[in-house]
Design a protein around this ligand. Structure first.
Ligand code: DX5
Ligand code: ZN
Length: 227
């Protein structure tokens, strides 16, 4: 795999919501591979972000794939509605699901790609049994709830171990990383084995255009060989 196959998805959490449509168009023009949409409920995480109406608006504003990260309790109750509102990939937290296998099958039946994720303190073994039925595993590299946090370094070793586990069980499954990725650490993240990157602050930061920020990220991984 070459760095050309690395997918970068801006997280709209860091966008200027007063002009969300323009910020999405800027990401699209800058070559974003998908958009990452963070849904927080104030219970699973100590913050509330956005929900179904905003997702519908994002869906109407872009043809890019939309990757929805549900940071909510009881996500199984919401699967159909988030898929109907525009999620192409729907990712749930292992910590939030009583019947993870059932929820992941429900996502596929609703017509989206099932994704699973885990908090930094949750061991990989907690999702080992569902690896064969997901299209994407998201390794959280910050404690979820806020953009703009620093990447937790042990996430890289977790990605390496996950890459080994997937090699046997589901080699085409994507490994995504979310939280604190920037132009200084993206090469290490890719070298560890992540192929699908979320970047919020690093894309929508003050003082630099979205195009410049995306080019910086791409430049930082040019020539990097994924692990
Ligand atoms: C954090 C969210 C992230 C966030 C990433 O709970 O899941 O998607 O938007 O933002 P940055 O890239 O700024 O860490
Ligand atoms: Zn996220």
């Amino acid at each position: 795999m070459t760095s050309g196959m690395i997918r970068i998805g801006p997280s709209i959490l860091a966008a200027d919501f007063r002009r969300l449509g323009e910020q999405i168009a800027e990401a699209e023009a800058a070559g974003a591979d998908y958009l990452h949409v963070d849904v927080m409920d104030g219970r699973f995480v100590p913050n509330i972000s956005i929900g179904l109406p905003v997702l519908e608006a994002v869906r109407a504003a872009t043809t890019l794939p939309i990757d929805v990260h549900l940071m909510i309790v009881e996500p199984d109750r919401w699967v159909e509605r988030f898929v109907r509102a525009g999620a192409d990939v729907l990712t749930v937290h292992v910590e939030a699901c009583d019947h993870l296998d059932r929820t992941l099958h429900a996502i596929a039946e609703a017509g989206a790609e099932p994704g699973v994720t885990l908090n930094p303190a949750t061991p990989l073994v907690s999702l080992e049994e569902v690896l064969p039925i997901v299209r994407q595993v998201l390794v959280m590299s910050v404690n979820p709830g806020y953009g703009g946090q620093a990447l937790i370094p042990s996430s890289l070793r977790k990605i390496q171990r996950l890459r080994t586990m997937l090699h046997d069980q589901n080699p085409s499954c994507r490994i995504q990383i979310d939280g604190g990725v920037n132009a200084s650490n993206i090469a290490a993240v890719v070298a560890a084995g992540a192929d699908t990157i979320v970047a919020g602050t690093a894309v929508y930061s003050a003082g630099r255009s979205v195009a410049e920020s995306m080019a910086l990220l791409r430049g930082a991984i040019a020539g990097t060989t994924p692990g």
